[in-house]
Design a protein around this ligand. Structure first.
Ligand code: AMP
Ligand code: MG
Length: 512
């Protein structure tokens, strides 16, 4: 089977090549995944909803996709709620498997999502366009195929925040309310998220075919993934080993990026691990307030499997599961395959530590990440954890402390004045040896230490307001500050603050 047939842009010359499309109907689709063998998906349409209402459209992302957000109309409202399918789309639900909390589940799949198709913009960039909450599929098991407003808003807010923080992620193009109530613990308003991703191929997608012993399918999928995500691997001496190495590096760097902003994914199952290296499937995810390396938020993660500081270890575990699916492709000789895979998996720590140490040093304004600087950066984390200091505030205030705008404010964050004074003295030494001016250092620190993160208590407030009174004001404010998370915003300054006593939200729910 020719790969070109699956992935390559057909080079169609559509009428909108030099202008923005006025409706999703006019966007250019090229549905390469739907041209893979039929064992890869179920072909189906979304289930129409009662009363589709578009609540939020991401203007900037629409423009990136080549869609004029000002022209969005009735047709698009219907498409974004699954009541109409664009002519060029070829909707499917993808099948996958996965380890959920370490337990093998041989078949999962898009149980409440439909991949409408792949969009190609004028620059030839390709995106999956997926509706999440679009009704039952073959893979729904006991689920209703629907999503509710709270989790949809959380994914919209957090995934866009991640994008603006510079972290690889799926994105949110829009969300709609369905006019239907959906039963969860209580009855909640139904909603549908329109998600955009560089693809929805997961470690679990490979595992599905591996579990079935379908080596032909694994080769087709691996070749497809190379073409779509890692084209350099095609010409490497060992394409599949290069694929494995690339996924390992991207995932290691992704998890480091999460941890540098205090993000906890919450459900790092292998089916929620994208091989593109993008953050995917925002469920009970949350950003930490006070720094605690053992922090978990998810109500279902009672054992702390996916705690903040377990994330790299779990990432490596998930990638080991990925490597297992590729063994037959890595070498004809099984022992050689295992040796190669093991060496690659070991490299995870190299990539993770390099990115994490460099990032931690940058957060304290140091360009070099040698052993001493790294030790200094970790000692700062220790001080944060000892005094339960707000992670985001601490780094941002350290930058301000440098210009002595708020010396007392900064030191008051810590229980022991002695400890922080000692640390600051060592820090000053190291900064001095890099020989940069304070203005420059502060500017650099502010470009990696956000003023705004999607604070859990604010998301919860925004969701409550919307669910109870359809008031989306706080959500809009959150989206505004998170659009430029490294900039101060005086009007909305309160949204940068940690929760006050009694405001903390310590548990999150996946809402499925
Ligand atoms: P998640 O925990 O969201 O990553 O989902 C795990 C699996 O459960 C995936 O196969 C989902 O498609 C499926 N799933 C989650 N929620 C629902 C739902 N409401 N209806 C049907 N399937 C669901
Ligand atoms: Mg999932």
């Amino acid at each position: 089977m020719s790969l070109e047939k699956h992935v390559q842009d057909k080079g169609q010359d559509t009428k909108q090549s030099n202008m923005m499309a006025e409706t999703l109907e006019d966007l250019r689709f090229d549905n390469s995944y739907a041209r893979l063998p039929e064992t890869f998906y179920q072909r189906l349409h979304p289930t129409a909803v009662k009363e589709p209402k578009l609540v939020k459209l991401n203007y900037k992302l629409s423009e990136t996709l080549g869609l004029n957000p000002l022209k969005i109309g009735q047709t698009d409202q219907e498409i974004l709620a699954g009541n109409r399918v664009p002519k060029q789309a070829d909707p499917i639900a993808m099948v996958y498997a996965g380890h959920q909390f370490g337990n093998w589940v041989p078949q999962l799949g898009d149980g409440r999502a439909v991949l409408l198709g792949e969009l190609l913009n004028n620059e030839g960039q390709r995106w999956d366009l997926q509706l999440k909450g679009s009704g039952p599929t073959e893979y729904s098991r006991m689920g209703d195929g629907r999503a509710v407003l709270g989790p949809v808003m959380r994914e919209y807010i957090v995934s866009e925040a991640m994008f603006n923080l510079g972290i690889p992620t799926t994105r949110a193009l829009a969300f709609s309310m369905t006019g239907e109530m959906v039963r969860r613990e209580y009855m909640e308003p139904g909603a549908i998220l329109t998600r955009v991703a560089s693809s929805h191929i997961r470690v679990g997608t490979f595992q599905y075919f591996h579990g079935k012993g379908d080596e032909d399918a694994i080769k087709i999928l691996a070749d497809y993934a190379i073409k779509r995500h890692y084209p350099h691997a095609e010409f490497a001496e060992q394409p599949y080993l290069t694929l494995l190495d690339s996924v390992i590096q991207n995932t290691a760097e992704l998890i480091s990026a999460w941890m540098l902003v205090g993000f906890i994914h919450g459900v790092m199952n292998t089916d929620n691990t994208a091989i593109s290296g993008e953050t995917i499937d925002y469920g009970p995810c949350a950003f930490m307030d006070g720094f605690n390396p053992n922090k978990t938020f998810s109500s279902i993660d009672s054992g702390g499997r996916y705690a903040y500081n377990h994330q790299p270890m779990i990432g490596q575990w998930n990638l080991t599961r990925f490597a297992e699916t590729l063994l037959k492709l890595l070498d004809e000789n099984q022992d050689n395959s295992i040796t190669k895979a093991k060496a690659s998996i070991e490299n995870f720590w190299f990539f993770f530590e390099k990115a994490f140490h460099e990032g931690l040093c940058k957060k304290i304004g140091l360009s070099a990440s040698d052993e001493e600087n790294t030790k200094l950066a970790f000692d700062f984390l220790d001080l944060l954890s000892k005094s339960d200091v707000d992670f985001t505030t601490a780094y941002r205030s350290l930058g301000s402390y440098l210009e002595e705008e708020n010396e007392t404010n900064f030191k008051n964050l810590f229980d022991s004045k002695q400890d922080i004074d000692n640390w600051l003295a060592r820090w000053n030494d190291k900064l001095g040896s890099e020989g940069k001016g304070t203005k420059e250092i502060k500017k650099k620190m502010n470009s990696v230490n956000p003023a705004f993160i999607p604070r859990n208590h604010q998301i919860a407030k925004a969701i409550n307001l919307a669910t109870n009174t359809e008031d989306f004001g706080l959500m809009e404010d959150l989206i505004t500050v998170l659009d430029a998370p490294f900039e101060n915003n005086h009007r909305l300054h309160d949204l940068s603050l940690p929760p006050k006593k009694g405001e903390e939200v310590t548990q999150t729910f996946c809402g499925t």
